[in-house]
Design a protein. Structure first.
Length: 315
């Protein structure tokens, strides 16, 4: 596919604006429409990015469209994505793909039946520090993840599991590659009407374990993943895009005094890489890097964590 692809961004809020900027910067992509229920917000992002159409609904979007990002509030993900797929449009769907496993499965099946790409927006898959773990920390036995942030007024329509922990759920599923067998979790509300800080322990088939902590009411930011395996230890600082590795010698021997190896990655733009990857997959130039099934699998585990937290409250 050598023609210019026509793109739209549905949802012109904080993150949607960034999606629009990336499409506008990509060669071979024509950003034709910004869609938002707030017409002024749609017009502002359209003016900034050069998109010729600012629309209040999908019905107003030009008929010819190849792909779109869905960056709406979470409760609109399913209906918006279903409408786009029905029109034959490839979709990059921000996390969480939906709040319901059956809906996620329906979108996945619809995309497959129509030969369309439905890519979940798991940004950390494009972070070089996480990619390093995938390559250099095989066969994890224990993973510990902390995703902490200060309170922000946005994204409070869902709990911290769907807002922040969902990233680390996807990371551990991606790294471990085995079904989850047991979930234990606890959490509490602090500033919003939903759980704001949560901890979950996941046990996988084959014996691997992951311990995840997420908070949106912390005084400092942290996005770290630590992986322990038979051959050593590897950590990723997602914010600094840096890895730390401690491993056995080449002959399998243990060092007398382990010396951490620090790997620093050059500056990059994971969101631009994510969108460029999506566009390349639509063109047929590369395989889809994050399949639709990843969104459904992450939601399945997230809902199991919610259920475990509810049981803990009743105990």
């Amino acid at each position: 596919m050598n023609t210019t692809l026509k793109a739209a961004v549905v949802g012109a809020g904080y993150l949607g604006r960034f999606h629009a900027q990336k499409y506008a910067a990509l060669p071979g992509v024509d950003l034709v429409a910004i869609v938002d229920v707030d017409p002024e917000r749609a017009r502002a992002v359209a003016a900034e990015t050069g998109a010729p159409h600012a629309c209040a609904s999908l019905d107003d979007v030009p008929a010819t469209l190849d792909l779109a990002s869905v960056v709406t509030p979470n409760d609109a993900h399913f209906a918006t994505t279903a409408a786009l797929l029905a029109r034959g449009i490839h979709v990059l769907l921000e996390k969480p793909v939906t709040g319901d496993v059956a809906q996620a499965a329906e979108l996945e099946a619809t995309a497959a039946a129509r030969g369309l790409i439905l890519q979940p927006g798991f940004l950390e898959r494009f972070n070089p520090a996480i990619r390093f773990l995938r390559e250099h920390a095989p066969h994890p036995r224990f993973i510990e993840a902390h995703r902490l942030g200060a309170y922000k007024a946005r994204a409070t329509d869902v709990d911290v599991v769907m807002d922040l922990m969902i990233h680390d759920i996807d990371i551990v599923l991606h790294l471990i590659g085995a079904p989850v067998r047991e979930v234990r979790a606890s959490g509490t509300r602090v500033l919003t009407g939903h759980v704001d800080i949560a901890n979950a322990r996941l046990e996988f088939a084959g014996g691997a374990t992951a311990n995840l902590t997420a908070s949106r009411v912390s005084l400092k930011d942290m996005r770290k993943v630590r992986v322990f395996s038979d051959g050593g230890y590897a950590a990723a600082d997602c914010a600094a895009r840096e890895n730390v590795v401690v491993s056995r010698g080449a002959d399998g021997s243990l060092p007398l005094a382990p010396v951490p190896q620090v790997v620093q990655h050059p500056a990059c733009d994971p969101l631009l890489e994510e969108i460029a990857s999506f566009v390349a997959a639509v063109r047929g130039d590369r395989a889809v890097e994050v399949p639709a099934s990843a969104g459904r699998e992450a939601i399945t585990v997230a809902l199991a964590i919610r259920a475990a937290m509810a049981r803990q409250e009743l105990a």
